[in-house]
Design a protein around this ligand. Sequence first.
Ligand code: NAG
Ligand code: NAG
Ligand code: NAG
Ligand code: ZN
Length: 375
Amino acid sequence: MKPLLGTLYLLGMLVPRGLGYDRSLVQHKNQVVDKTRSLWKNLETYSYNKYHPMEEIYLWMSQISEKHAEVVTQHLLGMTFEKRPMYYLKISQPSDNPKKIIWMDCGIHAREWIAPAFCQWFVKEILQNYKDNPRINRFLRNLDFYVLPVLNIDGYIYSWTTDRLWRKSRSSHNNGTCFGSDLNRNFNVSWCSIGASKNCQDLTFCGTEPVSEPETKAVSSFVESKKEDILCFLTIHSYGQLILTPYGYTKNKPSNHEELIQVGQKAANALKAKHGTNYRVGSSADILYPTSGSSRDWARDIGIPYSYTFELRDNGTEGFLLHETQIQPTCEEAMEAVLSILDDVYAKYWLSNTATKVTSTTVLLNLLWLFTSLL
Ligand SMILES: *[C@@H]1O[C@H](CO)[C@@H](O)[C@H](O)[C@H]1NC(C)=O
Ligand SMILES: *[C@@H]1O[C@H](CO)[C@@H](O)[C@H](O)[C@H]1NC(C)=O
Ligand SMILES: *[C@@H]1O[C@H](CO)[C@@H](O)[C@H](O)[C@H]1NC(C)=O
Ligand SMILES: [Zn+2]
């Protein structure tokens, strides 16, 4: 029944409504949806204070891009190991400006359910506010948001159907005797050198080679192809209440380490101002543990300047099983942190362009002065 769920869902997606596919399939699908309790008919009744199974997130993605077609489009990034489509949402206001990109992915680890909830919250907030909120409106003049709400779709579904604490993907190894790679150990950066395992039984199995997993490959190829334009790479996890900077694979620091810490600390302050929650800021190797092959380190090393991992609430009391009542405060405060990072990135990038303009004006004035004095 389990693989059927995805297939039925896909049928629902691909067959236009009203074309009349097998009634028993429809009934079966409805029963499945009933069981997952939140039958919702339109976006207005979609609850951002609940965790949603994957088929609802798929539906949410297509509905939100229909409803806000003027700014949101849905794009295929790739296919998972179990052949499910990976979609990202692009939020972009039409403009003649060349835009820069903010990347955000959630749910690379299956059991961290608050992460996909945050990606959905983030998209909702941007769409609700971009017209009237000058801060968000200004971002959208120069920035596009690319949001991948669930990176590890196969694992996420497995965590709903079979094992709530599943972390990895669902790729098959050792002749079908062992399942799943840790996708956040599978990126091509110091691959499997530290804080990762080559044993498929382990939680941190790094895969059979760098970028061996289709999900990792989909993200890597896409981000690589856009890297000149991506200013910010945000990857959302739980739990621990941390804002992590590169690196995990070494205690060495990237060239802009001080700035990353400063921007991160300011974000943690903005976060705390919302509900009083403490987040710590530092490099993964310094304040969490060593990790190799993570997407954050990889993104920084291909040249994306602002690369952060968020470890959302809590600090261990409920852990991965964070209660739904905490979704809203967790997302509200994390939203403040992300907006703070965007403020800084925005100011730095566009102010330094202004500075260039000032410099050329200065040069012009000097030339003028030189000209005048020659006369
Ligand atoms: C894999 O499993 C198949 C079927 O059980 C078996 O015939 C084959 O020898 C196995 N291969 C390896 C490398 O273990
Ligand atoms: C990994 O990166 C190295 C360079 O650091 C490159 O030579 C290699 O081809 C890459 N491998 C994959 C699978 O992308
Ligand atoms: C975790 O949260 C509790 C309650 O807010 C707090 O008392 C405790 O100091 C926190 N622990 C860490 C390690 O931050
Ligand atoms: Zn994680």
